[in-house]
Design a protein around this ligand. Sequence first.
Ligand code: F6R
Length: 241
Amino acid sequence: MNIQVVHDYGQLCDAAAYIIASQVITKPDSVIGTASGGTVLGVYSKLVDLYEQGLVDFSSVKIFNNDEFQGLDKEHTQSRFNLLSANLIDRININPDNFHIPKGTAKEDFPECKRYEKSIDAAGGVDLQILGIGVNGHIGFNEPSDFFAPYTYLADLNETTREANVRFFGHISKVPQKAYSVGVGTIMRARKIILVAEGEWKAQAIKAMIQKRVTPQLPASILQFHGNVTVIIDEKAASML
Ligand code: F6R
């Protein structure tokens, strides 16, 4: 793993956005996997700046978002579709048909997961996967578990994850219990991965991810087995290394 410790969140956003921009500049038809928690929003804002400066052209890029809450349609204010649209998709020149996300209101979960996984394959697989990390070490919505999910699936959200999302939904009762998520296997098939984290509340998870044994109880630890991972963290998130 390539670990970059930066001073603060502003630098983290700059560093991550430059990596994404250089990916798109060197391969204009890149397939990008996006995370959609709070940490990546500043990264996307910086990316929009680079687009507005005329440095990056997204017209041939395909984006596959990591997840969507089950039961939320696209119009729901807290859908991941809306979050990504407002913070990135609607602000760059990507073809809207090239923005992919699991359908939160799919009638049956298994066919939807299969469809999503197949559409990633049909696009040629993910060139660059962007990740955040949960305080419990989740990536995408792959929570601590006894196994690593190989493909997209309907994941049960942990209480800690639901609580972390109260800031978006206003009240715990409104946070969905489940989300469609790419599997750990889907993430590991990406050719390149960047993971971003800021703040002391992530320090424990970052330490376990980098320095402890690989285990599905700390899903992000599997990234130790990937050959091309860059971790960009601020000094607080790096404080236990
Ligand atoms: C959600 C996702 C999650 C988040 C993680 C960190 O799409 O990918 O894995 O990246 O929960 O979230 P924040 O950045 O809000 O702490």
